[in-house]
Ligand binder design. Structure first.
Ligand SMILES: C[S@@+](CC[C@H](N)C(=O)[O-])C[C@H]1O[C@@H](n2cnc3c(N)ncnc32)[C@H](O)[C@@H]1O
Length: 324
C-alpha cells in the first residue's frame, strides 16, 4: 500500500512538474507583448540583499582566482603614487580590500548608486556617484589600473563602445585595464533552469544589454577589424586595438553542493539571492506568471542542481595600453 501511495504521489509530482514547465512555455510565448520599463532599473542594487549578494560574490570570485587582479601591477601598486579606478564598483568590497593592502596607492570607485561606504573607509579611497555612460570625469592618461566587473546586465550593447573608450582614455600608456564578466551560459543544466535562464536572458536582451558581451570582446581581442560586421563592432574593435599584451582567463564555477561542494553551495545561494530578490519583481511579470508560480519554479531548479553537475564560467580579460 505504501508503495502504491508513493507511486501515486510521485506520478502526481511528475504531472505537476510537467504542468509548471508547460505554463512557463506558454507564458514564454506571450513575452514579446511585455515591454520593459527602463525606469525600473532592475540592474541597480535595490536593497541590502543585493548589496549582501555583491559582497559575497566578491569573496567567492577572489577565492576562485586566488587573487584580486590578474594584471601584472603588483609592483606599481606597492611602489606608491599609483592611481586605480573601479568602475561600477557597487558596495566597493574590492576597493576596500585592495586600498588597505596597497596604502601608498590612491583608489577611486564610481557607481551610479550610492551603495558604497560614505564615511568609514581608508584614507586612500574615494567614491564618486556618477553614471559612466555620461563619461568618466578624470583627465586622459590618469590611472595606472582601471577595472570593471559585472556590468554586462547593466550596460546596453552600444554603450560598451563608449564606456571602454572612456576606460582606455583615462588609462596611462603602459597601464592595465581589466574586465571580468560571467559567460552567462550554464552547462549541464536541467529543463527548468534551462527555461528560466533563457527567460532571464530574453528579458535582459529586451533591455538592450548583451549578456554575451564577453564572447564578443574575446573574439575582437583576437581578430582583426575585417571580421567584424556592424559599425558598433568596428568601433569596439578599434578601441581594443589600443591594447597590447592581452590575456584572458576562464574559471569554472559549479552550481549546487551535491556536485560542487562548498563552492557549489555558495554559488547556488548567490543564484537564489539573484532569482528570489534581484529579479523577483520583474521576471514573473516578464514571463507572465504569478510570483508564487515563479518561486515554485525556482525550487524545482534547485532540485535539479542536486541531479545535474551544472556549472558556469567567469572570464577575466586584461591588457596594457599601448604607448601613444
Ligand atoms: C552587478 S553590480 C557589480 C558591482 C561590482 N563591480 C562587483 O563586482 O561586485 C553592477 C554595478 O554597476 C552599477 N552601475 C550600473 N550602471 C551603471 C552606470 N551607468 N554607471 C555607473 N555604475 C553603474 C550598479 O549600480 C551596480 O552597483
Amino acid at each position: 500500500m505504501g508503495n502504491s501511495h508513493s507511486s501515486r504521489k510521485s506520478s502526481r509530482n511528475k504531472i505537476s512538474k510537467k504542468k509548471s514547465l508547460q505554463k512557463l512555455n506558454n507564458s514564454e510565448s506571450t513575452k514579446q507583448q511585455q515591454t520593459y520599463d527602463p525606469s525600473s532599473k532592475f540592474h541597480i542594487p535595490k536593497n541590502n540583499n543585493d548589496i549582501d549578494r555583491m559582497q559575497q560574490e566578491h569573496f567567492l570570485f577572489q577565492h576562485i582566482w586566488q587573487c584580486n587582479f590578474s594584471s601584472p601591477i603588483e609592483q606599481t601598486l606597492k611602489a606608491g603614487n599609483a592611481k586605480v579606478l573601479d568602475v561600477g564598483c557597487g558596495p566597493g568590497v574590492w576597493l576596500l580590500s585592495t586600498s588597505l593592502e596597497y596604502p601608498l596607492t590612491q583608489f577611486y570607485g564610481i557607481d551610479i548608486a550610492p551603495v558604497f561606504p560614505k564615511e568609514i573607509k581608508p584614507e586612500n579611497l574615494e567614491f564618486i556617484q556618477s553614471d559612466i555612460t555620461n563619461g568618466i570625469r578624470f583627465d586622459d592618461n590618469y590611472f595606472d589600473f582601471v577595472r570593471m566587473n559585472l556590468l554586462s546586465t547593466s550596460l546596453q550593447e552600444n554603450q560598451w563602445v563608449y564606456v571602454i573608450e572612456e576606460l582606455v582614455r583615462v588609462l596611462k600608456p603602459g597601464g592595465y585595464i581589466e574586465i571580468m564578466e560571467p559567460e552567462f551560459q550554464f552547462y549541464n543544466i536541467g529543463p527548468y533552469f534551462s527555461k528560466l535562464n533563457s527567460c532571464l536572458i530574453n528579458f535582459i536582451s529586451s533591455t538592450g544589454a548583451n549578456v554575451h558581451i564577453t564572447q564578443k570582446i574575446e573574439s575582437f581581442l583576437n581578430t582583426s577589424n575585417s571580421q567584424t560586421s556592424s559599425q558598433t563592432d568596428v568601433n569596439l574593435c578599434n578601441i581594443l586595438s589600443k591594447l597590447t599584451e592581452i590575456h584572458s582567463d576562464t574559471r569554472t564555477i559549479p552550481i549546487g553542493g551535491v556536485h560542487g561542494g562548498k563552492i557549489g553551495t555558495i554559488y547556488e545561494e548567490l543564484l537564489t539571492m539573484y532569482f528570489k530578490n534581484t529579479v523577483v519583481d520583474i521576471l514573473p511579470w516578464y514571463i507572465g506568471t504569478s510570483r508564487e508560480n515563479y518561486l515554485e519554479l525556482w525550487k524545482l531548479c534547485q532540485e535539479e542542481f542536486k541531479n545535474y553537475a551544472s556549472f558556469t564560467n567567469l572570464v577575466r580579460f586584461w591588457g596594457k595600453k599601448v604607448a601613444e
